[in-house]
Design a protein around this ligand. Structure first.
Ligand SMILES: Nc1ncnc2c1ncn2[C@@H]1O[C@H](COP(=O)(O)OP(=O)(O)OP(=O)(O)O)[C@@H](O)[C@H]1O
Ligand SMILES: [Mg+2]
Length: 334
């Protein structure tokens, strides 16, 4: 058996709960093979014991027939030490914050834009990078739908400035009516190109709106900028929370520590009775904290006014004090 055979076998073992393999996840730190033994060192950053055990068991099963002794161990170095080259783009922002979620439609883009507005109102300079290549929603919510980024002579593109917030989105570059099927490598390339060619001003905060899940966009962002904080948005129902847990684990594995979670559409205040209603279930933040292993940054209610404002791009003109106080509360924690 050669090292290549070992890599080949490992590339067929899926990371528990994911379609990608242990090799794709870049957790194989080193491999040594001789006539007697196979020595594999893993760089496992997950804190989930069950995941660890699964990975170990799956590797043992895969090498059972090899006739060689299997030596399996882990190193607890920095999670990103085995990742590919780390770039440091968008250094013009003092802090870079990523907004992510396990599931789609939980309100990441709404939260991203709201957070930018709250920070802007506090007097900070803020930019939004829309890393959602498949469905860039930031322009609609900011009221910049249909705007086109102008290209300078030096090939640099200028972010769009609206109500004091800078933004860059694929929506400013390509015609959104034309559906584009982006494959993994293309997603990365599009994101890197957009990041590289945008002429960002000096900013206090850059907020990155990621597509849902744990795909190529998240990895690309991680590899190309120093992420200072990452916020996971979730709705409080059990299934979303279970998925959120797996997502937290994935991000930890690729070297992004999650700062905390925001419960969005956590409750609804009834117009007539003024009681709080919990359409997704009433889960205590402490329970969620325990389930996810990260801290709660706040709970945002469902407000019809917010939905309307995201639809017609008027969020930044909205006065809703209760809503922006809650968002501002999250901003204070990051
Ligand atoms: N707190 C809220 N109150 C009312 N409506 C909300 C709230 N948060 C989000 N929404 C609405 O929920 C819908 C989905 O939100 P949004 O597009 O921000 O989710 P997303 O997680 O970014 O979705 P995707 O995964 O498709 O990118 C939108 O119509 C938005 O207006
Ligand atoms: Mg979105």
């Amino acid at each position: 058996m050669t090292k290549a055979d070992v890599i080949n076998t490992l590339s067929k073992i899926k990371y528990p709960g994911y379609a990608k393999s242990l090799v794709d996840f870049k957790i194989v730190k080193s491999i040594d093979v001789n006539d007697e033994e196979i020595k594999i060192v893993l760089n496992l950053a997950t804190k989930n014991e069950e995941t660890k055990k699964r990975i170990f068991d799956d590797i043992k099963t895969s090498f059972k027939g090899s006739g060689l002794r299997l030596m399996l161990s882990t190193v607890q170095d920095q999670p990103q030490s085995t990742a590919v080259e780390q770039k440091h783009m968008v250094q013009k922002a003092k802090k870079r914050v990523a907004v992510l979620s396990a599931k789609g439609g939980v309100g990441k883009s709404t939260f991203t834009v709201s957070l930018a507005i709250a920070l802007k109102r506090k007097g900070y300079t803020v930019g939004i990078f829309d890393a959602d290549i498949h469905g860039p929603n930031v322009p609609r919510m900011l009221g910049t739908l249909g705007e086109r980024a102008s290209i300078r002579e030096n090939k640099k593109i200028m972010p769009i400035l609206k109500d004091g917030i800078y933004s860059m989105s694929l929506g400013y570059i390509v015609d959104q009516e034309t559906p584009v099927i982006w494959k993994g490598a293309m997603v990365s390339k599009a994101i890197v190109e957009m990041l590289e060619s945008t002429e960002w001003p000096d900013m206090d905060y850059m907020i990155v709106d990621l597509p849902p899940g744990t795909g190529d966009a998240a990895l690309t962002i991680k590899q190309n900028m120093d992420v200072d904080g990452a916020i996971i948005v979730t709705t409080p129902n059990a299934l979303a929370v279970a998925d959120a847990f797996r997502t937290v684990d994935f991000f930890r594995q690729v070297g992004i520590e999650i700062s905390g979670f925001v419960e969005n559409m956590a409750y609804f205040v009834c117009d007539n009775c003024h009681n709080k209603l919990y359409p997704f279930g009433n889960v205590e933040p402490e329970e969620l904290e325990k389930a996810l292993g990260i801290s709660s940054l706040g709970a945002i209610p469902f407000m019809p006014e917010i939905e309307e404002a995201t639809d017609d791009g008027t969020l930044s003109a909205l006065e809703n004090k209760e809503y922006f106080d809650l968002i501002s509360g999250v901003a204070n924690k990051i």
